[in-house]
Design a protein around this ligand. Structure first.
Ligand SMILES: [Zn+2]
Ligand SMILES: [Zn+2]
Length: 533
């Protein structure tokens, strides 16, 4: 057979799989990263150089499915480990270093001098500058938080609104684990909670999530609730902690409903009655004290212009300087209403869940289901009505200010905070305006600090330790090697196809090794549980 015969007809050739796609599919099948990162590892003592391929670690399945799936499983592990803890997780900060102590001592002296000057009505600007420098050095030296709380010069009314239900307040103790209950037969159990909170109604929606009457659907409210959803969730947790009186812990995942409004699934350690939850939901609100966006002052070709000299935006016709962010905030009067008040919908879902039960696994499945997708990709539009709905929501988000620094403030005649040249209303770079975020640009997983007592990196290290233990590999001393990224121009750079081939080969090799180790462990009667990396 000649070469031409072997290639066959054009149609036959087109039906053949592309060789590089076969490699990609094979990599996916073996759970190998699709875009491995190449690093050059040099053993410092010997100068021996090796190429190491690391997984890209992306959390989106649209970028790298195997890495996204590993990240999702890691989140599920984190969720499972913290949910039903019966002991307080130990999180002791390291003792302060000599450098940290010395800096804080300096800081104390400068503060005392500054306060003495200020008391006598003298200028303390130099010392205040020094305090600022010291605060930065203290943070750079590896401490958390600030020596003094940030003094905000702006005091907004924190009075409860008339329409918010009053909430009983108990002092919050440092306990984080829930109560244990004893059944009549003496068995003890510690139930935890799975709660789902949604946004209020913006208008009736059909089965497919699209509004029954799009013109009556409150897109503005929907857009603003999505923008401020993270802040509302924070409020809810604060209120819940006050009501239960202990340092309640949670693992929460934010995702969109079919109507494209965010909702949040929350695994809560310990249990709370439905009545108490209802009370907290009803009393929880988040007020957004931003300037009014009622009047559009600049639009189309009539936009504020940047003035290089003063570093401010000016009115294009009069040359008048636009009020800056702080000035705009100062004009909000005592009689004014907040720009927006975000609340949860009254309907919520809550179920008790016992440790290790099938329910617990199912709920962890819900909590991590959509983590490998962008918010906007969780529900693909299948009907015209759904597509139109998505477009209308994104239109509503286009001119809604996403933050104090949002370019959209110029539309309402206000210079955004930290104004800089090149800002254009309707073209803010903030994630919240992008189609794939649906107005919610916050983190998808919200975990309280004392959930499992471990960071994601700790959970990853656990998994690696289990794997190296299982394979009987020696622990690697990180100080033995120097690492550098390999750049495309370097002589040892491997193109992605070559990297993929290596990764597939490595993966097959260690999967075989892991299987053998498991078999040996089983024969020796040792436990071989754990999750493959
Ligand atoms: Zn990857
Ligand atoms: Zn914005």
């Amino acid at each position: 057979m000649t070469g031409a015969d072997r290639r066959g007809t054009r149609a036959q050739r087109l039906a053949m799989p592309l060789a590089r796609n076969v490699v990609k599919d094979l990599a996916a099948e073996h759970g190998a990263c699709q875009r491995p990162v190449q690093l050059r590892r040099t053993e410092i003592d010997t100068g021996y150089v090796e190429q190491v391929l690391l997984p890209c670690g992306h959390t989106l399945a649209s970028v790298c499915p195997p890495c996204a799936e590993r990240a999702r499983i890691l989140r599920a592990t984190q969720c499972r480990e913290g949910w039903h803890l019966d002991r307080e997780p130990v999180i002791d900060p390291d003792p302060a270093t000599a450098e940290q102590r010395a800096l804080v001592t300096d800081r104390a002296e400068v503060q005392a001098d500054r306060d003495a000057l200020a008391n006598e009505g003298l200028d303390a600007a130099d010392l205040e500058e020094r305090i600022g420098e010291l605060d930065e050095q203290i943070t750079d030296a590896g401490t958390r938080g600030n020596v003094l709380p940030n003094r905000s010069h702006r005091h907004r009314s924190t009075r409860r609104r008339q329409d918010a239900a009053p909430l009983p307040r108990r002092p919050v103790s440092s306990r984080t684990v829930g109560k244990t209950y004893t059944a009549p037969d003496g068995k003890t159990f510690r139930p935890s909670l799975f709660v789902t909170l949604t946004c209020p109604s913006y208008g009736r929606v059909c089965e497919d999530g699209a509004p029954a009457d799009p013109d009556a659907y409150d897109y503005r409210q929907a857009a603003r609730d999505a923008l401020h959803f993270a802040a509302l969730f924070d409020r809810f947790i604060q209120n819940l902690r006050r009501l239960v009186g202990y340092d309640l812990q949670y693992f929460a995942a934010v995702e969109p409903q079919r109507r494209l409004a965010p909702h949040v699934h929350i695994a809560i350690r310990g249990t709370i009655s439905r009545a108490e939850l209802r009370e907290v939901i009803a009393a929880t609100y988040h007020q957004v004290w931003w300037p009014s966006t009622e009047t559009v002052k600049y639009d189309g070709g009539h936009l504020p212009v940047w003035d290089e000299h003063t570093g401010t935006y000016l009115d294009p016709s009069t040359g008048e300087v636009l009020p800056n962010w702080d000035e705009a905030l100062d004009t909000i009067g005592g009689e004014d209403e907040p720009l927006h008040v975000a609340r949860f919908g009254q309907r919520f879902d809550a179920q008790g869940v016992l440790a290790g039960s099938r329910d617990a696994s199912r709920c962890i499945g819900y909590l991590t289901k959509y983590l490998t997708k962008h918010v906007g990709d969780c529900h693909q539009a299948a009907t015209d009505a759904q597509a139109t709905h998505a477009v209308r929501l994104s239109d509503a988000l286009r001119y809604e200010p996403c933050s104090p620094t949002c370019a959209n403030w110029l539309r309402y005649g206000i210079q955004p905070k930290k104004a800089r040249p090149g800002l254009r209303p309707g073209c803010c770079k903030g994630k919240a305006h992008r189609r794939e975020y649906l107005g919610y640009a916050g983190r998808r997983v919200l975990v309280s600090r004392k959930w499992s007592g471990k960071t994601l990196a700790d959970h990853r290290a656990d998994r690696r330790a289990w794997l190296t233990g299982m394979l009987g590999l020696p622990a690697i001393d990180p100080a033995r090697y120097a690492w550098e990224p390999v750049k495309p121009g370097d002589p040892d750079h491997m193109p992605n196809g070559q990297r993929l081939l290596h990764v597939v080969a490595d993966r097959i090799q260690w999967q075989t090794a892991l299987e053998q180790a498991r078999r040996r462990a089983a024969e020796a009667g040792l436990p071989a549980t754990g999750r493959a990396a």
